[in-house]
Design a protein around this ligand. Sequence first.
Ligand code: IVH
Length: 737
Amino acid sequence: MAAGKDKASQKDPKARHDALAAEIAAHDVRYFQDDAPTISDGDYDALRRELEDLEKAHPELADGSTSGIGAAPSGAFATVEHPVDMMSLNKALTDDEVVEFLARVRRFLKLPDDETPATTAEPKIDGLSISLRYENRKLVVAATRGDGRTGENVTANVAHVEAIPQTLPKDAPDVFEVRGEVYMTHARFEALNARLVEEGKSPVANPRNAAAGSLRQVDPAKTAERPLDFFAYGWGEVSALPAETQMGMIAALKSFGMPVNDLTRVCHGLDEMLAAYAAVAEERAHLPYDIDGLVYKLDRLDLQRRLGERERRPRWAVAHKFPAERAITTLEGIEIQVGRTGALTPVARLEPITIGGVVVRNATLHNADEIARLDVRVGDTVEIQRAGDVIPQVLRVLTDKRPEGATPYVFPDHCPVCGSKVEQEVNPGSNEKSVVRRCTGGLICPAQQFEQLRHFVSRAAFDIEGLGAKQVKAFHDEGLIDTPADIFTLQRRDAERPEGSRIIDREGYGETSVANLFASIEARRTIALRRVIYALGIRRVGEVSARVLARHFKTWAAFREAMGALAADVDARADRRRVLRAAGRRKKTAEAAAEVLALPDVAPEAARAEELREELTVIDGIGEVVVDALEAFFAEPRNMAAVDALAAEITIEDDVDRAVSSPIAGKSIVFTGSLEEMTRDEAKARAEALGARVVGSISKKTDIVVAGPGAGSKLTKAQELGLTVWDEAAWMEAARG
Ligand code: IVH
């Protein structure tokens, strides 16, 4: 992702800049005007950061048009110019970012490392900011933030907000712009929603949206029906500052009759700041209103002034956000997603709800165990948590709200995508059942097919030249290749397609490349057993176990027969094993197998399968985990069918000791002249792999001389000595091994 963006901005920084600016502006409108954001704060911040970085790298692009905060007023209200900009805050998402904030402050003020100026720690209220202008102690204008420079005149609406005084006492400054947050308490929010529902209207997603909607009612009388609250925490234009510290200002605001948040503290250093953060986080669940973090501000106003602002964010303050936000909603359904490796993940489908400014529709339920632990049922009222940008999760069920007749969720035992059986695999380390349920339809499950095909053509598997992940993806997307066998019927099927829709007609292909592609597929039609076993992409069967299995079975026929037998009656046998283990009689595999067989009603196929298990688990390099995986894979008839379809298309070479079987094993060999089919280095490597010794000069002891065109004195000498001389064709024949 990031690389793509970098490329885009490198290629055409102006285009990327304009696109970003437009995207941000659209999000601003949705957030500030419509009260209906469509992306998370984190994603929004990332866009802004990218834009800032781009403008840093290309100052000519920074025309100032993009530094605005918020959206311009919507037009329903008269506009108000803020005499002093309404700023936004830089965010800190981690403790480290708070440390960084303090370090920046120190650097800027040239303070020593061990000196941290005092800060206030204030709850960050999740409402909307407002500026209240008092002239001669009378409220004259109330304005929303708007884009930070110009807001909307909501004076008439604010008249209905009881918490906002219309006048200030005598000792207040002549001109005083009080700034703070308008919000709605949980109780009032719930009452509002109850009323809306009763009236047949749709409820509001969260208190913030409710507050914004209430304040921006075109008919001010409507604001009165939706009671709002207010906390003061700042100021704009002031004729005479009543204090010299942030905390002093808050006290002054309080003395002027302004509601201020009494969780505000003065902190001396990082530790106290983080302690305040922890304390407020603890308190959060019990507060009657939403907060989404803490705001730290330098307490001394002279320091605030020295630090100033950058891009309309004060250098002297930072918002330390809470990581998670919670909400209550209804679980409308549970959907099972199948990942690229076949893992089944349950996803909660929720009645959409806004959490921290983002509409949440889905939450993860992790796995079957989590569903069981929560005992979450369709129709339940659930609490959701959204932490940063991670996928929201279901925290708990409000069981007292459970609808009648809601039944416990039954996790599917078949893959919802391909219908294959679902397996609960065993963790190799602990030998315990894993919480992950997996689709066993590796080769035939559409959700897993691409991953499977990619593995199939990979280096250690079929390694088909010109058919890498990219090409496989394209062919798979177009439905040309679904399973491995399709690769080997590609040419045939391609020839049958109407002209104009063949591979040759695709972009990037010409006559030569298509011919090459088919040739390299043909070149792999004959292939070693171990490569085939590895290529099937059976879980837990890597290169090493594939080689061990190939050594053990030697031929495809033997392997195939064994796998067929191993897959017989899997469920019943697994049940038996479980019974035995549960009875506390877990012993070595051989004994366990014997005991399984000793149980009554063992079908003959099952007996053979248990014998095979025993045979396999004792092989060095193959354990029970691998055997379980083989069983699960081959027990799925459609995997078996896909494997058979592949085997029918290819020739699988027996696994024999190459060094012994090769016609050149143990021989000394000299290459002379040029080779056309391979380079000299390649030929040397190949000969050595086949057990030959490659030497540079001819002697009586030389067994074979491979002479290509242009061979000179060496060839003559070989003929004189009566040595075996091969041409390149003979060498190639031997080189195939
Ligand atoms: S100070 C000079 N203090 O958070 C900086 N803002 O993301 C101006 N907010 O626009 C903001 N509680 O709407 C400040 N105690 C607090 C706050 C607070 C909530 C909001 C405010 C601001 C936004 C910045």
